[in-house]
Ligand binder design. Structure first.
Ligand code: DAK
Length: 257
């Protein structure tokens, strides 16, 4: 597929998907979303890729869904466009996704970053759910993921006022993993992607799945799920290799099976 709203590349066992609508601060329109999901699903099945970075540019990760595209839509049109189905597909990506965020990550942009597994932010990052100021509310997970990440009090404040928070605040509130100067945020995300890519892929996949399970199950159900994934890894060649390499004091060679 030829993309018009994103750029993609592959390096050292990880891939990068970069939003490419700089004139509108990477506002997420239907085309961008289609392309993003297509690229993520493509890399998810590419054996040469073990982690995926999603990023924008220094000024904007994404300033939200494209307001001009939805401004005149009726409720029925919104329902029939069924765009949320595409967002749901991102949740199904098995490989780790790192959001490298600089500048605005607002509304759908913030929701997209939160749908990723890890967020690296630049010092100029601005996170927010400003939908309230244009007469709506978060619709792609903002009320749920933000609340789980920062707690009810801060989520209420952000969702009800639309106020933006800095990368530093987002870090203190538990929304992002790390904040670095703007010239390093992508490098930092690449370093992390390489580190994850150096781990056994099946274990990474099942571990990601188990952490995500914590969001929609009881502790009992989650522990059972974790245990089954743990047992399952003893059926992998990488478990045999990893433990043998430890005993033999050498570096493990992963087969990804
Ligand atoms: N949509 C469309 N265009 C946008 C945009 C957006 N979200 N954000 C910025 N732009 C455009 C501006 O219109 C402007 O275009 P021109 O006027 O030059 O043609 C250009 O980007 C530069 O923006 P500004 O001139 O405004 O730049 P400033 O630096 O002055 O201000 C700003 C930056 C980020 C504070 C400001 O642009 C702003 O407030 N933007 C809107 C932020 C916002 O309200 N975001 C939330 C949108 S609602 C869904 C899934 C998700 C969602 C909805 C449905 N489904 C699956 C159905 C999510 C909804 C949202 O995100």
């Amino acid at each position: 597929m030829t993309y018009t709203s994103i750029l993609t590349s592959k390096q050292d066992l990880y891939a990068i998907v970069q939003f490419n609508r700089p004139d509108v601060l990477n506002a997420i329109n239907i085309t961008l979303m289609k392309e993003l999901v297509d690229a993520l699903e493509h890399f998810d099945t590419d054996d040469e890729v073990r982690a995926i970075i999603v990023t924008g540019n220094e000024k904007a990760f994404a300033a939200g869904a494209d307001i001009k595209e939805m401004a005149n839509a009726s409720a029925m049109e919104m329902l029939l466009r069924d765009q949320f189905a595409r967002w749901d597909r991102i949740r199904k990506i098995k490989k780790p996704i790192i959001a490298a965020v600089s500048g605005f990550a607002l509304g759908g942009g913030c929701e997209l970053a939160m749908t990723c597994d890890i967020i690296i932010a630049s010092e100029s990052a601005r996170f927010g759910q400003p939908e309230i100021s244009i007469g709506v509310m978060p619709g792609a997970g903002g009320t749920q993921r933000l609340t789980r990440a920062v707690g009810k009090a801060k989520a209420m404040e952000m969702v009800l006022t639309g106020r933006m928070i800095s990368g530093e605040e987002a870090m203190r509130w538990g929304l992002v993993n790390k904040v670095v100067p703007v010239e390093y945020y992508l490098e930092e995300a690449k370093t992390l992607a390489k580190e994850i890519a150096s781990k056994p892929p099946v274990a990474v996949r099942l571990a990601k799945e188990a952490v995500l399970k914590a969001f929609d199950t009881t502790i009992e159900g989650g522990l059972e799920f974790e245990r089954k994934n743990f047992y399952l890894l003893f059926a992998s060649e990488d478990q045999k290799e990893g433990m043998k390499a430890f005993v033999e004091k050498r570096k493990a060679e992963w087969k990804g099976k």
